[in-house]
Design a protein. Sequence first.
Length: 244
Amino acid sequence: MSWEWRYYVAHVKKIFNECSDQSNGETADRAFRSGLMKKINLRKLTLKAFKRLPASEKRITIPTLFTLARIGLTPLIVLSMIASCWGCAFFFFVSASITDVIDGLLARYLNEKTFLGACLDPIADKLLLLSCFTTLAFVDTPSFHIPCWFVLFVVSKEVIHIAGATFIYAVKGHLDVRPTVLGKMTTFIQMGFIIWLFACYFFHWVPVKTYYTMLGMVLLFIVVSFGQYVRIGVRMLRVGSIKG
């Protein structure tokens, strides 16, 4: 999940104004405390806080539409791989990867960062990558074949990640997580690896050494990134907050 302290601070003024309009004579300071803090605890994310978020934080924005498009493209990519239509798979996956860049840029440029978009973005990324790696391990490919142990490792890592986050939430009662630079780089490298694989399948390239080099690089980044998140999780259990 990618909600951040800085993100919520950016909305303090807007919510403060809403609270001031509804304060009925309360001072600005009391309106801030009684209105803003009732809507959301800026330091802790809880299910109650989510329910109390303003409607503006849950609205469908243009960047969110691009994120939803990435989710929608995922089954098309899987179907293309099953049908061995590697040109279509390449086109759909590149389009999905582009939406991953566009939604972030638009959210910043249009100032439309929302809680809903921050939640959907990593979900869309994980759904896209896990679906592609899993399908590649079980379909007939023209050349390189993704090993099952690799898929098992990636899936296990995600399961442990989710289980760890759930455990931290159960113990601490809140979860404050942000993606790290290394985590973003790992996602980028995985996407680049899949695009390269689709190109090899479509053009019938068989660069064996390059394949094993890239597979090893992807594996290395996944391991190091996972280790970093484990360290962050341990730190959160100790001090009560995650910060990348």
